[in-house]
Ligand binder design. Structure first.
Ligand SMILES: [Zn+2]
Length: 151
């Protein structure tokens, strides 16, 4: 982040209106750039004092200390949000792995264990059913012909 960009975000930062990505870049720049840090300190003191006067509150004793605490809270917020982000990604990855495992089981393991025995036994069942069904009339027919021939 450039100094010009950082300084343009100072009031947005003070009003807690930065998005997480900008917040991270902004606080990173403030920690590594004395010039922008001083600029932020001046603006923070000015804007906070104006707000406190506006709301009839007592003025803070130490704006720099307050700003330091605000920056620390920003860091904690960034870490918290980033941690949640990666944790969500981890959960998503886990779900994908479970699905992949499930489908590979479904496609490779279950058909091999079930299909072949079922096909074989149902084939056998069908042939024995056919034998019973068609051999009985045929035997009866043969008996009838033999009786005819005997007469
Ligand atoms: Zn700078």
């Amino acid at each position: 982040m450039t100094c010009i960009k950082a300084q343009s975000l100072i009031t947005v930062y003070i009003n807690d209106e930065l998005e997480i990505d900008e917040l991270e870049e902004f606080t990173g720049h403030i920690q590594s750039c004395e010039e922008c840090k001083e600029e932020l300190e001046v603006y923070y003191a000015l804007l906070t004092a104006m707000r406190q006067l506006d709301e009839d509150k007592n003025l803070s004793n130490d704006f720099n200390q307050e700003l330091k605490e605000k920056l620390e809270r920003s860091q904690e917020r960034i870490i918290h949000l980033r941690f949640n982000y990666y944790r969500k990604k981890g959960v998503l990855l886990l779900i994908i792995i479970i699905f992949a495992a499930f489908f590979s089981l479904y496609h490779y393991l279950i058909p091999k264990e079930q299909e072949n025995p079922v096909e074989e036994s149902s084939f056998r069942l069908r042939t024995s059913f056919m034998e019973e069904r068609f051999d009985a009339p045929r035997e009866e027919l043969n008996r009838y012909f033999e009786e005819q021939r005997g007469n």
